[in-house]
Design a protein around this ligand. Structure first.
Ligand code: MLT
Length: 240
């Protein structure tokens, strides 16, 4: 088993993921929000790479059962029902609904990796569930950290490092690329208190400035969910 970590999706060629097993991470907040939506009974989440496409998809499909969710620069978009806070995605709001999700980076990273043979979504909240599943699958895997634009995001890379560390507890022979080794090293140095680490990241500070402190706390919870979002035909559903 071999793993590699990508620090941003921006320069990735979408064909680079064709036929691969890919784990997409956008801890703050898209991947945590997707896990929460599916855990709370959303029928599916459709990640999209543009607002225009989100509006188009929600207009004519799925019998009016869709909810538009997401953000631009942390804020809910005009005309959208939901923002990108995992706390908004309660079972009362999302159960049985199709969510069309546009976010500044996370949904774009997922769309970029859409040709993967297997595509899973991970965050701190479902870390062990994803690690167990990857161990069962026993295939090489790519971790695509969404980052912010072209920039490295500490929280995504630390989550990637922790995921690899969990896998190494069972499979000591996982082969790591340099970026995977760096992710593990960073998670050991900075991952002791996830909430403190996240509050100090660039993205954490932006969320704090915009009064999303509770989201940082929620996104820092470790292993509170068994839900693994899995992409089939462009749609994320819980892996059965
Ligand atoms: C993103 O996709 O860049 C994030 O999920 C932004 C956020 O809502 O914090």
């Amino acid at each position: 088993m071999k793993t590699n970590v990508h620090f941003s999706y921006i320069n990735a060629d979408e064909l680079a993921y064709a036929g691969k097993t890919t784990v997409v991470i956008d801890v703050l907040r898209a991947s945590t929000t997707i896990i929460q939506a599916l855990q709370n009974g959303a029928r599916e989440v459709i990640p999209v790479a543009s607002v225009e496409f989100a509006v188009k998809v929600s207009g004519g499909m799925f019998g009016g059962q869709t909810l538009l969710g997401g953000e631009r620069n942390t804020k809910k978009l005009e005309g959208f029902a939901l923002g990108n806070s995992p706390l908004e995605y309660t079972s009362e709001v999302v159960a049985g609904r199709t969510i069309i999700l546009f976010t500044t980076n996370g949904s774009k990273a997922i769309v970029k990796a859409k040709f993967s043979e297997n595509l899973f979504i991970a965050a701190f909240t479902n870390l062990n569930a994803v690690a167990d599943h990857l161990l069962k699958l026993d295939k090489d895997f790519e971790i695509l950290c969404s980052g912010r634009g072209n920039n490295f995001s500490m929280e995504d890379v630390i989550c990637a490092g922790k995921l690899i560390t969990e896998i190494q507890k069972i499979n000591k022979d996982v082969e790591l690329t340099d970026s995977a080794k760096a992710s593990v090293a960073l998670s050991k140095s900075f991952g002791k208190s996830i909430v403190v680490m996240m509050e100090q990241t660039e993205h954490g500070r932006i969320l704090t400035e915009n009064s999303f402190n509770e989201d940082i706390k929620f996104c820092s919870r470790l292993n509170t969910s068994e839900t693994i979002p899995y992409l089939t035909s462009g749609v994320l559903k819980p892996l059965q």
